[in-house]
Write a protein that binds this ligand. Structure first.
Ligand SMILES: Nc1ncnc2c1ncn2[C@@H]1O[C@H](COP(=O)(O)OP(=O)(O)O)[C@@H](O)[C@H]1O
Ligand SMILES: [Mg+2]
Length: 399
């Protein structure tokens, strides 16, 4: 790590004034429902989403679950859990389409191969002792909870978002990796809730931008980048595109309080993820725009091809990784203080503009800048795979 990047020091290093520009194009732009009555058909969709995950013992489990739902509803209505309206519980009970519906529709997904039953992960709400709210995103609020003596995180979706719930559940229940947040269970009664391991360190965003008093060494920063790339490489190997990679969706297993703490990063929030279709060995794997939703993810971390609505593939995550890397290297939110309106930033990015390199600290290893620049290349095909990113980062680590 003897090479140094030669850049002009940033004139001023004030803390960012905002989390990130409030772009017009936002992910998951549904209006959050606040404990309102959940429509019956929406609940039915949630049920359908869940039952798309096959189980060898589904019939038995379904009967048991129906009984469990009824019990949970009674408990919640009796004041057990504060967040579900009684009407929602009634709707949930009423809507339970047979599992065969999804199968009959032929909606086979890679998760079918895992033969995982959502029912087997069902968590009894009465076993959860819900504590304080520890975070909130665009679709959910997350609470600290205790489950049989173990501290966990409970992600409570604000409204009926069946497709996002389905995706998140599918990914979490199927994939296990040290750098992906560990899924522990799900509660489908009332508002859907996902139980996962608790990441005590909070978000990478908070560490980088809101805890600037905590110093971070270059080895620590490289470790953050490596952990993220490992998690993402695993996902891409499973042909899954995350589509919402950003520092707000990267969690730290434990608090990083000083240079002596080795960070451990976990990728989270799979609500926008998508499996890539199988492609012909010789043909390209890029997805036509119609197959993937344009404008997903949070705009600041979005690749130009997403912003312009062109077809895209897993390389959109590599672009987002570059933006995360910029945050890690600079501890600065890209374009913050540029004076550009959010929409102008999006336009600038699609025209090839990238975050200000003058914010990169003068002692930053130049190899890290190279990784970052290659990852935010304009042409998706020119961006490296996470395999290659890992190689480059490992070299930077051992330099
Ligand atoms: N397992 C977890 N441990 C600790 N905090 C979490 C956990 N999961 C989520 N959070 C917190 O909750 C916030 C929102 O969670 P997220 O899954 O990103 O929801 P959304 O889909 O609404 O963006 C995160 O940014 C983080 O602050
Ligand atoms: Mg999120």
């Amino acid at each position: 790590m003897t090479e140094r990047v030669n850049v002009t020091p940033a004139a001023q290093r004030q803390g960012p004034t905002s989390y990130y520009p409030a772009f017009g194009i936002r992910k998951k732009s549904r209006t959050p429902l606040k404990c309102s009555v959940v429509k019956e058909e929406s609940q039915a969709q949630i049920r359908e989403a869940i039952t798309e995950i096959p189980s060898p013992s589904r019939s038995r489990a379904r009967r048991a679950k129906q009984l469990q739902d009824n019990n949970a509803a009674q408990r919640e209505n009796a004041g057990g859990c504060p967040w579900d309206a009684p009407e929602a519980m009634e709707a949930a009970k009423a809507a339970a389409p047979p599992a065969e519906v999804a199968e009959a529709k032929g909606e086979a997904t890679p998760r079918a191969a895992a033969n995982v039953g959502a029912e087997s992960f069902e968590v009894d709400l009465a076993e959860l002792r819900i504590g304080e709210c520890i975070g909130a995103g665009t679709t959910a609020e997350v609470f600290r909870a205790s489950w049989h003596g173990t501290d966990v995180a409970v992600k409570k979706l604000r409204g009926p978002l069946p497709s996002e719930f389905q995706r998140e559940l599918a990914v979490l229940s199927q994939f296990r990796h040290p750098h992906l947040v560990l899924f522990m269970g799900v509660s489908t009664a009332g508002h859907p809730k996902i139980v996962s391991e608790l990441c005590e360190g909070g978000t990478l965003f908070r560490l980088l931008h809101q805890q600037k008093e905590v110093p971070l060494s270059w080895p620590q920063r490289i470790k953050v980048a490596l952990d993220t790339a490992k998690g993402m490489n695993f996902l891409h190997r499973q042909r899954l595109v995350h589509r919402d990679l950003k520092s707000l969706n990267l969690l730290l297993s434990a608090k990083v309080t000083d240079r002596g703490v080795t960070p451990w990063v976990k990728v989270s929030d799979f609500g926008l993820s998508r499996f890539l279709p199988q492609c012909a060995p010789s043909g390209p794997c890029a997805l036509p725009h119609g197959m993937m939703t344009g404008g997903v993810g949070t705009a600041l971390w979005m690749a130009p091809e997403v912003l312009t609505g062109n077809s895209y593939d897993e390389k959109v995550d590599v672009y987002s990784f570059a933006i995360v890397l910029y945050e890690v290297l600079c501890r600065w939110i890209p374009f913050d203080g540029s004076g550009l309106e959010p929409v102008s930033i999006a336009v600038a990015v699609t025209s090839g503009r990238r975050p200000d390199m003058r914010c990169v600290p003068t002692d930053c290893p130049i190899s890290l800048c190279r990784v970052m620049k290659s990852c935010w290349g304009h042409a998706a095909a020119q961006r490296p795979t996470f395999d290659a990113v890992l190689e480059m980062l490992k070299q930077a680590q051992s330099a």
